[in-house]
Design a protein around this ligand. Sequence first.
Ligand code: FES
Length: 117
Amino acid sequence: MTSTVVASLADLAPGSAMTVMVTSDSGATVPVALVRESGGDVYAIGDTCTHGEVSLGEGDVEGHEVECWAHGGRFDVRSGDATELPAMEPVPVYSVSIVDGAIAVDVDANIAVTKEN
Ligand code: FES
């Protein structure tokens, strides 16, 4: 498990999201949506909406949720859970660390805690 620096905290304003590509330990390229909620906390989730092939890094951030621009599906960035239809399946949540203003993500550590249905 390796953390990779992907962005500067200064480049991710509160209430915004962006897409970054991260290489896993196996060499796979993993698209990740970095989301900074309005309070300033940063989360990293799988970038691809589970309803379609749409980038969540291009979505709108409201509170602890990111909304897919295509059809309005929403995801809780803390758990990865889909919170609004038509999205139903969760996205992975990755470990984030911030050191000296640099955001690092570990895509080999899916820390999602999906609620029981
Ligand atoms: S593609 Fe994201 S809600 Fe439909």
